[in-house]
Ligand binder design. Structure first.
Ligand code: ADP
Ligand code: MG
Length: 283
């Protein structure tokens, strides 16, 4: 049984032969069932890395393997794209059909799914993202969050076991962001979907199993969210910040409040504040 669905070994990629590489000496592995985040400012190489992960780009040097298949091998292109789905930033660029269910069906013909098997796959995929009621509607009237959920259903219908999300919530309002993020979290937890979540929202990365920070094409920091977000200095160099609640917690601690390190989410903060209140009442 293959443990790592994606294995990237010492990969560099340049858009132009002479130019500075957009991705430089990156090595990383994505195990089955993981929810990994990739963080980095604009231009740090995240989208280039994403496209290397499912063979849309081939490395200038090094190797990328998806399910053990080398993305440099042209014979494997379709299988790799089917195994590793992608959801992009702009919801409007991904939906092509006039009816939601046709959009979900779009990739299935390409991979040779028999016509009679399609309806069941489409229905299940739409149900998995909570969009089954919209199957016969036009995608154009959906909210951004709903469009992204339809795009996710497209990958699920292809039976992708890994989906790479390239800033899939960046164009959504807070409600849409929350809606898409929680659908992806549930697919990861309940269905074992492997997730690569590219983002510039610290609070989303804080919820991942592991975080990779990119800067000028390189992975400069890697670890659990609490390890990564404890490096305020490195993050600052990468023009990133800690999640807002982590900053608040650290400021309070510097002012002498007894708050534990490693506050990453609003829930962590609530827990710490409750603990503080309880201990001050005891005094
Ligand atoms: P991010 O997704 O983190 O914003 P990208 O992977 O899009 O970063 O870009 C990394 C670097 O590659 C940037 O310097 C960017 O200008 C350059 N780049 C991205 N796409 C292209 C392209 N199609 N042609 C030439 N250079 C590109
Ligand atoms: Mg990008």
């Amino acid at each position: 049984m293959l443990k790592n669905l994606i294995e990237i070994e010492n990969v560099s990629f340049s858009y132009e032969e002479e130019g500075e590489p957009a991705v430089k000496n990156v090595s990383l592995s994505i195990p089955k069932g993981a929810f990994y985040a990739v963080l980095g400012q604009n231009g740090s190489g995240k989208s280039t890395l994403a496209k290397l992960m499912n063979g849309l780009y081939k490395p200038s040097s090094g190797t990328v393997k998806v399910y053990g298949m080398d993305t440099a091998d042209d014979d494997k292109t379709w299988e790799i794209r089917q195994r590793a789905g992608m959801v992009f930033q702009n919801p409007d660029n991904q939906l092509v059909a006039t009816v939601v269910k046709d959009d979900v069906a779009f990739g299935l013909e390409n991979i040779g799914v028999p016509t009679e098997d399609m309806p069941a796959r489409i229905e299940q995929a739409l149900r998995d993202v909570g969009m089954q009621e919209f199957a016969d509607r036009s995608p154009h009237h959906l909210s951004g969050g709903q469009k992204q959920r339809v795009a996710i259903a497209g990958a699920l219908a292809m039976q992708s076991d890994i989906i790479i999300f390239d800033e899939a919530t960046a164009m959504l309002d807070p409600r849409g962001r929350q809606e898409v993020f929680s659908v992806v979290q549930q697919l990861n937890r309940n269905r074992g979907l492997t997730v690569v979540w590219i983002t510039h929202y610290m609070e989303e990365a804080a919820l991942a199993d592991r975080v990779f920070v990119m800067h000028r094409g390189e992975v400069v920091l890697e670890g659990t969210p609490s390890e990564v977000f404890s490096h305020a200095d490195i993050l600052k160099k990468c023009k990133l910040r800690q999640p807002p609640v982590t900053e608040i917690a650290e400021n309070l601690r510097e002012k002498g409040f007894d708050i534990s390190s490693g506050v990453l989410t609003a829930e962590d903060m609530v827990r710490e504040v409750k603990r503080l209140c309880a201990s001050s009442w005891k005094k």
